[in-house]
Design a binder for this molecule. Structure first.
Ligand SMILES: Nc1ncnc2c1ncn2[C@@H]1O[C@H](COP(=O)(O)OP(=O)(O)OP(=O)(O)O)[C@@H](O)[C@H]1O
Length: 238
């Protein structure tokens, strides 16, 4: 399992008329192929900024972000970003929400429909393929949003508190589903959350899965603390 993503001494400040807001200061970490990384930290510590930098939506002030040793912008690699809200479009059916990304990229083919149908079947949504998003449960919506992201064949999947909008019971069921899908599709993923229980739950699940899926045997769990004043990482390897 080789290194896939490297964040090398990255700093980022936001600039506005009111002045400068430091968001990240000298952050370094790496993620290996097939790893699941959970980044836990309080609100405002820079988690979303870090994901935006990895997604290429922001450029670091200093330092670099590399995939397979190439700068992220020129790596040709695909980054999938799953946001807190599922952003399913109410006027499109579940199926047509899933095809949207491929349509925009002019990559929708007959074989994509076969793949989408397989995924809908595997992940329990096939009978809802013609339903509108409002007819789906919270968990189904999250599964649909994840499938939509996976269809873009991302090399790395970024998850920005994907369960924060769900109630506690649904959240437990959905996180089980979502981790199952990520493992099954053999994706490298980074989750950010302010909720330690979300990361701990993941850890338990992934630890459990390690027993069955040996290629994905290493997981890194980082807690970012008080990132503006100093950066402190707790890194645990399993
Ligand atoms: N567009 C922006 N302009 C100015 N400052 C910003 C902007 N976005 C974020 N910040 C500031 O940068 C710092 C890091 O914000 P960021 O959103 O990355 O933290 P976070 O850990 O993801 O927080 P949350 O969990 O609340 O989303 C915070 O102090 C925030 O106020």
């Amino acid at each position: 399992m080789g290194e896939l993503l490297r964040i090398d001494h990255v700093s980022y400040n936001y600039h506005s008329l009111e002045g400068e807001t430091p968001a990240l200061s000298d952050v370094s970490l790496h993620v290996n192929d097939g790893e699941f990384l959970a980044i836990v930290g309080p609100s405002g510590c820079g988690k979303s900024t870090l994901l935006s930098l990895i997604a290429g939506l922001l450029n670091p002030d200093t330092g670099g972000i590399y995939i397979n040793d190439k700068d992220i912008k020129s790596s040709g690699k695909n980054i999938g970003y799953m946001l807190q809200k599922d952003h399913l479009l109410e006027w499109r059916s579940t199926l047509r929400n899933l095809t949207l990304g491929l349509e925009i990229q002019h990559k929708l083919t007959e074989s994509s429909y076969v793949l989408i149908h397989d995924m809908l079947t595997t992940y329990g949504l096939v009978t809802f393929k013609d339903a509108k998003p409002s007819e789906l449960s919270g968990g189904m919506r999250q599964r649909a949003a994840l499938i939509r992201t996976l269809l873009m064949e991302p090399d790395i999947l970024l998850l920005d508190e994907p369960f924060s909008a769900l109630d506690y019971q649904t959240r437990i069921e959905v996180s089980d589903d979502i981790w199952g899908i990520i493992r099954k599709e053999k994706k490298t993923a980074i989750l950010i959350t302010h909720d330690i229980s979300e990361a701990i739950y993941t850890e338990i699940y992934v630890t459990h899965m390690i027993l069955q899926l040996s290629p994905f045997s290493i997981k890194l769990h980082i807690i970012i603390k008080n990132i503006k004043e100093s950066v402190e990482y707790h890194v645990k390897w399993h």
